[in-house]
Write a protein that binds this ligand. Structure first.
Ligand code: FUB
Length: 603
């Protein structure tokens, strides 16, 4: 995507999130924000909806389309970008126009039928590619056009008796019976009579007396055959006809989606998934969008009791989420409900990563089920520059900060490394925003992420570990404690303990009621000295039966490039008798310089 569009998307993403929609219901339509997509073709397979789309090139003034893309979702809110497994180059005999395709599944294989321009004839033809997986890779199944009559928009329907039909056409409407190999056919292409009874009445175009324009989508429901199609031009609306058999006779049933949305074409696909019915279409809703720069979106709908389809209008909210997203298993960075400012690309580790990330960009992941709480977050990252920060925020891109991961340079945009940071306060089911922060230019690439669950109040036993709530939860064993905004490891605040008169003076927190005897605790805290380089540490003072023991919690030290040092370590905490006090201190081995503390976790 070109920088200009990226900038606009970033701006509009923020606008959408801050102006048009309440934070709990941010726009999830259109489905893809990183490129322009068109001509949706959904397919349900193994508990996921796979969405096959065309791809309008940025700034197009015609249907300039060179490849196709695949996305998938298990919850109809978060969509995983699978990249582009098929392009014009897949078909050696084609030279242009990667237009509206359709994928059908049979015997464990996936067949992608597409209209492309036949180099030999200069006219449109239908090709077919095949793959063993719904995400490809796809290869040309026959090395030549399957049909070649200058018309477009293939769609395949397999009837209950196993007979498959290929439908296509603009300006006419055709079908042919496919053989069970799905890459050859029997008999000749047959024209479906375009009568006004079957396909409605168009006025003012003697050459096209019916409403049928293009984009057939045939399916069967409760014994009734439906053909949903793009009607009239231009602009198009979506209408449908029904029939008692796959070959007709068809009866016109009316409009499904009236003209709207800023694109003079529309193109529909319908699937049932998880008990719901979903209507996919395209419009010009993204910044810079229009008739040649389209975007795929979808709505949930319910058939009327008599099997007719209700009027469906475009929305920015899209359908409700099916279930929730599990943050405690690896999630791909490219699984999002909304991406602002970023792009996706092939990853050197396989699959896709999110890249071209700049300060202020973000990814929204909808309905993340944190449950009782998370203790840490791990991200797979790469950076060819100095890196940046991944802020974990809830509810909006400026919402509550529950953790920050600092990413340093990894020596290359595909030199991957894992970073882990503490998380505090991520509980329940929330929309998660991965917001990127740092200097100018590209900051980092993100391949995947995963949270670690932790018990208690969000996993982190410390209150206000991010220091974003001022001094809340903290006291000091000497000197003065203040919340400062001029120095922060992440977010906008850190804690400063100034006026220290002894090395053991430092911010501390009482955790007596939260400790479990014999349990192993992991600690992470970021520290920075006001001057000098004192060796800081975190110590847990445990008093039981009148005796105090000191556990050193943070033997490891890792400096980042901004003067901050991360202290980390794990210690088993046990005691004999009655526990009367347990407090975690951040202190120094020597020296009394002022001490900044940020992003502390004990879990
Ligand atoms: O995307 C190119 C063409 O525009 C498709 O083949 C038609 O259905 C219309 O959407």
């Amino acid at each position: 995507m070109r920088p200009a569009l990226r900038t606009v998307l970033c701006t509009v993403g923020l606008l959408l999130s801050t102006v048009l929609f309440p934070s709990s219901a941010l726009a999830d339509n259109p489905i893809v924000q990183t490129i322009y997509t068109a001509d949706p073709a959904p397919l349900v397979h193994n508990g996921r909806v796979y969405l096959y789309t065309g791809h309008d090139e940025d700034g197009s003034t015609y249907f300039t389309m060179r490849d196709w893309h695949v996305y998938s979702s298990s919850d109809m809110a978060n969509w995983t970008d699978h990249g582009s497994p098929m392009s014009l180059a897949t078909f050696a005999w084609a030279d242009a126009n990667a237009w509206a395709g359709h994928v059908a599944q049979r015997n464990g294989r996936f067949y992608w039928y597409v209209p492309v321009r036949d180099r030999a004839t200069g006219s449109m033809a239908i090709g077919v590619a095949v793959a063993d997986s719904p995400t490809g890779p796809f290869r040309d199944a026959i090395g030549r056009p399957l049909v070649n009559n200058g018309e477009i928009d293939p769609n395949v329907f397999i009837d209950d008796n196993g007979q498959a039909y290929l439908y296509w056409g603009n300006p006419r409407l055709w079908y042919v019976r496919l053989n069970t190999d799905m890459i050859s056919y029997s008999g000749s292409p047959t024209q479906i009579p375009l009568t006004t009874a079957g396909y409605g009445t168009r006025t003012g175009n003697a050459g096209r007396p019916t409403l049928y324009e293009e984009a057939p989508w045939v399916f069967k429901r409760n014994g009734l055959y439906y053909n949903v199609f793009a009607a009239e031009c231009c602009s198009e609306f979506i209408a449908y006809s029904t029939a008692p058999s796959a070959t007709g006779p068809w009866t016109y049933r009316g409009t499904i989606m009236p003209r709207q949305g800023g694109s003079f074409t529309n193109h529909a696909g319908i699937v049932d998934f998880n008990g719901g019915s979903y209507f996919f279409y395209h419009n010009g809703a993204l910044p810079g969008g229009g008739g040649f720069t389209r975007s795929v979106a979808m709505e949930k709908f319910t058939y009327n009791a008599d099997g007719t389809i209700p009027t469906i209008n475009m929305t920015t909210a899209g359908p409700p989420q099916v279930g929730t997203l599990n943050p405690y298993v690896r999630q791909e960075a490219e699984t999002v409900a909304w991406a602002s400012g970023v792009e996706t690309e092939a990853s050197g580790e396989g699959g896709i990563n999110v890249g071209h990330i700049e300060n202020g960009d973000y990814l929204k992941v909808k309905g993340v089920a944190f449950g009782n709480g998370s203790s840490s977050f791990t991200a797979r990252v790469a950076s060819g520059t100095g890196g940046g920060r991944i802020e974990l925020r809830l509810g909006s891109a400026t919402g509550t900060l529950v953790g920050t991961c600092t990413v340093t340079g990894t020596g290359g945009w595909q030199n991957w490394s894992s970073v882990t940071c503490p998380v505090s306060g991520a509980t329940g089911t929330r929309d998660l925003y991965l917001r990127f922060a740092g200097g100018s230019g590209y900051l980092l690439n993100l391949n995947w992420w995963q949270f670690t669950s932790g018990g208690g109040s969000g996993g982190n036993l410390l209150t206000n570990g991010t220091m974003e709530n001022g001094t809340t939860g903290w006291t000091t064993s000497g000197g003065t404690l203040s919340a400062v905004t001029d120095v922060a490891h992440a977010g906008s605040r850190s804690l400063l303990n100034s006026g220290r008169t002894a090395a053991w003076n430092g911010p501390n927190q009482n955790v007596t009621s939260q400790l479990t005897n014999g349990k192993s605790y992991t600690t992470s805290v970021w520290v920075r000295s006001q001057s000098g380089t004192p060796s800081a540490k975190a110590t847990l003072a445990v008093t039981a039966n009148g005796t105090t023991n000191y556990h050193q919690l943070t033997p490891a030290q890792t400096a980042d490039t901004n003067g901050w040092t991360q202290l980390t370590g794990t210690a088993t905490v046990s005691w004999t008798g009655t526990l009367t006090n347990a407090s975690l201190y951040v202190e120094t081995a020597a020296g009394t310089d002022g001490l900044y503390v940020d992003d502390a976790s004990f879990q």
